[in-house]
Design a protein around this ligand. Structure first.
Ligand code: ZN
Length: 405
């Protein structure tokens, strides 16, 4: 795990970030070249560590099509370095002007939502798990995420656990547009802006407690103290779904958000389904997101969401969606080995995976299947091998065959 700590000053009008960042990195002993990606418009003021180093800033437009940061910072360390930990300090100014249309991120004078795809921090190509502890200086904005107000002007944003990148989400418009609720011992705050319709907010807020209570019943108690939910007013309907980071859930809630994403299945349940899927990740997020094992996060979160629909609408609706997922799965490759390089990864993780889980449930019986889910969640099982080890007899072959088919 890496640790990034520092200060940021944000100017919403010019979309300017002034950042002083101290990064505690894990660096291979024999490597002395480090590469980071920053926003296209970036000015580096200083790069330094205890070791003498050199750096260059160039452009690399093709390194990753998903990420808009294409300024490449190369740092060269002296040869013969032995320590695996390195504290690297980078001071820079970035102007976040290059936000891809139809993406998940936005930055205008009212709202900022940037993260891994529009990075505010020097991003490494292997997306390391990082904890963030940032002080936002002199701000009059309200920030979403796990944070505390240090004094009247500074805000401290602290990710409770490591993640691949902590989003920076803030607006002046959240004032009076925050719902707070308590579920068990967890404080939940829902943030939205005037761009999100109030009936959507009401509907979501009334579903949060019910879904969390259902999942706690099914999979075991929650372990989080506080959770922020941000309803993002995205205009583009195909701009990707929600996402979940430690202590934070983001749901797309644009006015034009429609049912165009085919997996949403039922118009009435559109937002409920997004919410239930992302809340599912509070139980299912232990597997490595950058490998085929991510099906343990995505298929299980999606299956949880179908259980929430079964609870709300009954068996017939659940069976109907499962049969749709079954139809969508015809001709798709196996889950085993499927990662984001597979062009069908979405359908494989979000439809075929839940379909397979429904088959496993039918084969095992509901009670035994729920016991399995509880054990997996409690043990935070990270690999498919770990899942198979919890199965007995012919169930091992049954699941293995389905994952390979
Ligand atoms: Zn998900």
């Amino acid at each position: 795990m890496e640790k990034y700590k520092g200060t940021i000053q944000v100017c919403m009008e010019t979309r300017k970030l002034d950042v002083n960042l101290s990064m505690e990195l894990n660096v291979q002993k024999d490597s002395h070249n480090l590469t980071f990606y920053l926003p296209t418009e970036t000015k580096i003021h200083n790069v330094f560590s205890e070791l003498p180093l050199e750096y260059t800033l160039t452009e690399d437009k093709d390194w990753c099509p998903l990420v808009s940061g294409d300024k490449k910072l190369c740092v060269t360390l002296p040869k013969g370095r032995v320590d695996e930990k390195l504290v690297l300090n980078v001071d820079y100014t970035s102007w976040i002007t290059n936000i891809p249309e139809g993406g998940m991120n936005q930055f205008d004078k009212d709202i900022m939502e940037i993260g891994v795809y529009v990075p505010w921090f020097p991003l490494q190509a292997h997306f390391p798990e990082t904890v963030f502890d940032m002080t936002i200086k002199n701000t009059d904005l309200t920030y979403v995420g796990s944070y505390k107000i240090k004094n009247t002007q500074d805000v401290q944003l602290k990710s409770p656990n490591a993640s691949v990148g902590y989003p920076l989400i803030a607006s002046k418009d959240f004032n009076n547009k925050i719902h707070k609720l308590k579920v068990f011992n967890s404080e939940i705050s829902v943030y939205y802006t005037h761009k999100v319709q109030s009936h959507i907010v009401d509907e979501l807020v009334s579903s949060i407690g019910k879904i969390i209570k259902l999942y706690s019943n099914l999979f075991g108690e929650t372990s989080f103290e506080s959770l922020h939910i941000y309803l993002s007013p995205r205009q583009n309907t195909d701009a990707g779904g929600g996402y979940c980071r430690p202590g934070l859930i983001v749901l797309p809630c644009g006015e034009n958000t429609s049912t165009s994403i085919k997996y949403s299945v039922n118009e009435d349940l559109y937002m409920y389904k997004y919410l239930a899927h992302e809340l599912g990740h509070l139980w299912w997020s232990s597997a490595n997101v950058d490998s085929w094992e991510n099906w343990l996060n995505e298929s299980f979160a999606e299956f949880s969401c179908l259980l929430a629909i079964r609870d709300l609408k009954g068996d017939a609706e659940f069976d109907r969606i499962i049969s749709e997922y079954k139809n969508e799965s015809v001709g798709l490759g196996p889950i085993k080995g499927c990662d984001t390089h597979n062009e069908d990864y979405f359908s494989i993780w979000y439809m075929k995976g839940p379909y397979i889980l429904s088959q496993l449930e039918a084969y095992m019986g509901q009670t035994q299947f729920l016991d399995l889910l509880q054990n997996l969640s409690r043990m935070k099982v990270k690999t498919t091998k770990g899942v198979l080890e919890l199965l007995k007899g012919d169930l091992v072959k049954f699941l293995n065959d389905m994952l390979e088919s």
